[in-house]
Ligand binder design. Structure first.
Ligand code: LLP
Length: 418
């Protein structure tokens, strides 16, 4: 988490961001991550299980940096993946296959084959049709695959519509009415073993209610299955625990699992509980440092004008895509008077707009966009011929790695090769 020292200088993982930004081998915009704090989040979440057998499957879609996945694997985490690319990162970073779950509504044949070959903890099936396809692929490979049913529990999460996934209109999960047919399909799928049930109802949830409701639906199904002789070895409660982007967050990640456990305790006894947090592990412990390029007088929206920075929606798409607010602050805060300004990026779209913020006048050279550790770099693109930002990793209070990103020159070469 970003901290300020007595002189108002922003630090992440103990490192002064101002000094980092002035290093000759680091250029803006760049992401910076406090990896130790991310591992700390996983440990804090584990406390929510209160000694029960569990596995935290880090949802790597939030941040796929090998360094982060490796450290989380060393801390005992598994992973939740949604593509072969993500799986290869996890296997390469040392996550044991027996700790990896794979969700997704449209896994290709090649992806199913890879999942079967790697002997993952569970392929989370999202349709009756996928069960039959997975069985055929496993049979052809002469293997057995462990499968869970990802259920759509019909629970509307109170979050942005684009990231609510457990309601009736969502494309995700097996609808409750299809669970019976899914079990029939499994009964005639000799190469599959049903190991569990899972659900994931949405991301950036700030209260536990919907997480608990989904857990109750899944636990009820597990009880029905148990009464029909299906012994499940795992119940996956999903991810979605929100973080505080500056507007508060009612519940801490551990509260979600603790509340779910309390709710399902009398319903079913499960061998092992899983969860799939992404954002809550990495989000608050990453930042995007950017440089002011240009200001522009403008009298709209009750502001003193635009401030254009060298980070754009291609580097951090969340504001453009979900109207998300990420606090934007000077790297060093002082007692200069503040002015309301609108912060924009260089990309040729009106949505490349980070929103209105109070910034000091005169404007500082460098700004920090906070809480950008999740769904920042992983969603970055080279739209408008822009570079992919560099990434800086901090561990043990020092910079342990600087990864340069992809330059605009390399982008141009790749396009010229077409
Ligand atoms: N499990 C499944 C099946 C998921 O679909 C997701 C996220 C997660 C776990 C992890 O959720 P988390 O703990 O990170 O909330 N790009 C969006 C978020 C998309 C989330 C997609 N699925 C954003 O920037 O807000």
């Amino acid at each position: 988490m970003l901290e300020r020292d007595a002189e108002g200088r922003a630090r992440l993982g103990g490192v002064l961001l101002e000094s980092l930004a002035r290093r000759p081998d680091v250029s803006t915009p760049f992401y910076v991550y406090d990896v130790d704090a991310m591992v700390g989040e996983a440990r804090a979440l584990a406390a929510g299980f209160d000694g029960r057998a569990h596995l935290i499957c880090y949802a790597v879609k939030a941040n796929t940096s090998g360094r982060i996945v490796r450290r989380l694997a060393l801390a005992g985490c598994g992973a939740d993946v949604v593509s072969q690319g993500e799986l290869e990162v996890c296997l390469g970073a040392g996550v044991e296959p027996g700790k990896i779950v794979w969700s997704g509504v449209a896994k290709t044949d090649a992806e199913l084959d890879r999942a079967i070959g790697a002997e993952l903890l569970s392929v989370h099936a999202e349709s009756v049709e996928e069960i039959s396809r997975l069985d055929a692929r496993a049979r052809a490979a002469g293997k057995r695959a462990s499968v869970s049913l990802r259920v759509n529990p019909s629970v509307e999460a109170d979050t942005h519509a684009s990231i609510a996934t457990g309601h009736d209109e969502a494309k995700f999960g097996i609808p409750l009415a299809e669970v019976g047919p899914a079990l029939d399909a499994l009964a005639s799928a000799p190469s599959l073993s049903l190991v569990g049930l899972s659900s994931h109802v949405g991301s950036q949830m700030t209260r536990v209610d919907e997480y608990v409701r989904a857990a109750l639906v899944v636990a009820g199904l597990a009880r029905d299955l148990a009464s029909r002789g299906h012994r499940l070895s795992l119940l996956d409660l999903g991810g979605g625990m929100g973080i505080d982007y500056g507007e508060g967050c009612g519940a801490r990640p551990a509260d979600f699992v603790a509340a779910a456990i309390r709710a399902i305790e009398g319903v079913i006894e499960v061998e092992r509980l899983l969860c799939e947090p992404g954002r809550s592990i990495v989000g608050a412990h990453g930042a995007l440092v950017t440089r002011v390029v240009q200001s522009k007088r403008w009298s709209g929206r009750d502001t003193a004008g635009w401030v254009f920075v060298d980070a754009g929606m291609n580097d951090l798409v969340r504001p453009a895509m979900y109207g998300a607010r990420h606090r934007i602050e000077p790297l060093t805060s002082g007692d200069a008077p503040l002015a309301r300004v609108r912060v924009g990026g260089p990309v040729c779209e009106s949505s490349d707009d980070f929103g209105t913020y109070e910034l000091p006048t005169p404007l500082p050279e460098l700004l920090v966009i906070r809480d950008a550790g999740a769904y920042g770099f992983t969603m970055a693109s080279q739209y408008n011929g822009r570079a992919l930002p560099a990434e800086v990793f901090i561990e043990g209070g020092v910079v342990t790695s600087i990864v340069p990103g992809v330059s605009a020159a390399d982008w141009a070469r790749a396009r010229l090769a077409t």
